[in-house]
Design a protein around this ligand. Sequence first.
Ligand code: SIN
Length: 307
Amino acid sequence: MATAIHSSNMRGVTVEPMRAALGAEVDCGDVKSLDETSFALVKRAFLDNLVLLIRGQTLADADLLAFGRRFGELSAAAPVHIGQKPRALPELAVISNVLENGVAIGGLGDGEAVWHSDSCFNQIPPSASILHSLEIPPAGGDTGFTNMYMALDTLPQALRAAIKGKTIKHDMRYTSGGQLRPGYTGEEDIRSTPGPSHALVRRHPETGCNALYLGRRPHAYINDLPLDESEALLEALWEHAARPEASWHHQWRVGDILIWDNRCAMHRRDAFDPDSRRVMHRTQCKGTPVIEGADSAPRHSRAQPAR
Ligand code: SIN
């Protein structure tokens, strides 16, 4: 990928990369009115920068889904948790701490969400997630991202050698919110619990570049290693991937959209005051199979920290 990291302005679409390891702010007017050429510029910026921020959008749910569909076929959102309001639209997830008549209108509550890639416990996790803010708390609830092309590119040689050809098993016992699914006790041996295995080094199907894929730290297991060696290697990989210099954090305003690429970025969310309201609507695009990365893969233009 030869694209340089610089701002651009074409056909009314301005792309301003963040002064950080990933992310760009895109100014393209109302996303509902993007023509095909302008949308192609937005899509290019997404692949180049891993995460896009587009401010000032007023979108009904149908508009958010229509915008999401331009990035790819939408996937059905994960089933709601027990006690949570049923989904109005299968492809729309509500991320919120708000209770209406004692019923949660959405998932994830007000606590911290630790670093993860969305739905890594699926055989084919989503490619893109698109989150639109409708209500935000006065403080907290920022969303952070970390660049997994960079995590791989800057990985010390010894760690790189240690993960060559290895896969991680992503435990299916737990939901995205960390709740145990019915039928499990949490005491099972993670070496034999159900869940898909994904290569630790995966080739992005659209950019062709390699990225490190970790998914979630809790209950992960690197196949074929003794448990203590898997834990030690996972610790070292997570410490490297979650370095502040590889990340960018967003402070929300109402009307913001963030679009992130689950194939090459992880994200996290800060906790916020439970007495305040945060309401976000999210849709996700279906992924496609991602194969193990090849040694000869090109380097992504944002794989190295900016000088
Ligand atoms: C998520 O982890 O998908 C939600 C992020 C957020 O609430 O900001």
